[in-house]
Design a protein. Structure first.
Length: 493
């Protein structure tokens, strides 16, 4: 069966994307139809056996050497890759089997007989490191990609590496140009559908150094996750127990997607229940391994760190320095004073906290958070002549809000609190909430103002005197991944 006989549709976007990655000089979409695409792909491969070898890894080469149209194959990653490269098609008589297209069989056979194994291994090593680094980040600037590569391998010059990225046809299947307005930003092809969400998630995430070994990066490039980690390996082995390879791959891909986009574990668990309902296959045994593994799978939303690693690094700096504390109160009190002057609530300055009436102070705080446009006016007026980085901190305060929170638990680094909709990890600027409300006094409900500061959630340190409020409908039961560590913009009704 010939590859050129497969397509009858006059227009096929997916086929055109494959065509772009295969041939040297592709035509524009309006200049070619699917029939012509197939003919040009076949012609390009048949022009030179090096064109075939250029798109293959050693694993794919070995797979093609073993292929037998009487055998059933299970390595779906390699199969899908070779199908995308138009070097494998399903047997017309039996779709469970795979064959090399008749119009490519001779050139593929010739290519397989001329493999330079050592050269291919060397190229594979370069590609695995580049692919792994790209998978960790999802989207990465060209200079950052090259800089990270040189941390692990400095044998190639920057120019040689740039040429490799541009020219290597196997690598080309793993990336696309995500943005090129200022500096080239490469996107990881398997994340293409949800890469915008990853990038959006990173707006308020501070990049932190990761310390993956070369072996771990290679495993991420090959399997999509570091299967040497005990929890991830346990999940990987449990997935293998599923009889259906399609369900195996579907679940693995969805777990990877959930981790990359920092989605809730519940989304994966819901998929398990749906698949179990649709297929009548027991999959509930996967729930606990998934919950454990997802904390340790890398996330492009956290610049390659796992959820566990990111928050561990974040908590290492759980206390603010004296300078940071002074900066916060300089900015926050200035904003409260500006609000007081706008609404003329108190004749006493906010800076005189010991003298101002606490009812007035609380009223001013409420007015600030109920009227976030005040922050825009403050930034425009800039009454105390702040620099841009300080104004950026003020702008972030628009994410803040006041509510009645249930104080649930104190940890060494932060306090877990909840309102009716969410659970938060809250840090203290000078004093932690645990110093005011120790664990033995919990649970308690208090009125708090939450604000973002230095990639954490803080309370403003102002606790208006009040009787102990009753627990109403605040959340009391939660999982770790329910906890919010960074505030998002408030939705104004």
């Amino acid at each position: 069966m010939k590859f050129s006989e497969l397509t009858t549709s006059s227009n096929c976007h997916h086929l055109y994307q494959r065509y772009l990655k295969i041939v040297s000089n592709p035509k524009k979409t309006d200049e070619i139809d699917s029939k012509q695409i197939c003919k040009e792909i076949v012609a390009y491969y048949n022009e030179d056996y090096h064109h075939v070898l250029a798109v293959l890894s050693l694993d794919e080469i070995n797979f093609l050497k073993r292929i037998n149209n009487k055998a059933n194959y299970q390595d779906l990653d390699i199969i899908n890759s070779l199908i995308n490269k138009c070097l494998l098609i399903k047997d017309k008589q039996d779709h469970n089997y795979l064959i090399i297209p008749d119009d490519l069989k001779d050139i593929v056979t010739l290519a397989l007989n001329h493999v330079d194994v050592n050269k291919t291994k060397q190229l594979d090593q370069i590609n695995q490191l580049l692919i792994g680094l790209l998978a960790l980040h999802g989207a990465i600037k060209q200079s950052t990609w090259i800089g990270l590569y040189h941390r692990y391998d400095d044998s190639l010059s920057t120019l040689d590496l740039l040429n490799h990225i541009h020219d290597n046809r196997y690598l080309r299947w793993h990336y696309f140009i995500y943005d090129k307005q200022e500096e080239l930003i490469y996107g990881y092809e398997p994340y293409a559908v949800y890469l915008d969400k990853i990038v959006a998630n990173r707006i308020n995430i501070e990049p932190m150094e990761f310390t993956y070994s070369r072996e771990e990066i290679d495993l991420i490039a090959r399997y999509g996750m570091n299967i040497k980690h005990p929890c991830i390996n346990c999940l990987f082995q449990e997935l293998k127990k599923i009889d259906s390879y399609l369900i195996q791959e579907m679940l693995k891909d969805f777990i990877i997607q959930a981790c990359q986009t920092n989605s809730h574990t519940k989304e994966v668990i819901n998929l398990i229940y749906q698949l179990q309902f649709d297929t009548d296959i027991d999959l509930t045994y996967l729930i606990e391994p998934i919950k454990e593994a997802m904390y340790y799978i890398h996330s492009a939303s956290f610049y390659g760190l796992s959820l566990n690693d990111y928050y561990s690094l974040l908590h290492q700096n759980s206390s603010f320095t004296k300078q940071e504390s002074m900066l916060f109160y300089r900015l926050y009190l200035s904003l409260l004073e500006y609000t007081n002057q706008k609404f003329q609530i108190s004749p006493i300055s906010i800076y005189n906290l010991e003298e101002i009436d606490q009812v007035d102070l609380n009223h001013i705080r409420i007015l600030l958070f109920e009227n976030p446009e005040i922050i825009d006016q403050y930034i425009q007026d800039n009454p105390i002549h702040l620099n841009q980085s300080q104004l950026d901190i003020i702008k972030e305060f628009k994410k803040g809000f006041i509510d009645e929170f249930l104080i649930i638990e104190n940890t060494d680094d932060y306090t877990i609190i909840s309102n009716k909709s969410d659970v938060y990890a809250v840090y203290g600027i000078v004093n932690h909430l645990k110093e005011i409300y120790p664990n033995q006094s919990l649970p308690q409900v208090v009125n708090l103002a939450l604000l973002p500061f230095k990639n954490k959630i803080v309370f403003d340190g102002i606790l208006a005197s009040q009787d102990n409020l009753p627990i109403t409908s605040q959340i009391t039961k939660f999982d770790f991944d329910d906890i919010i560590f960074q505030l998002k913009p408030q939705i104004i009704n």
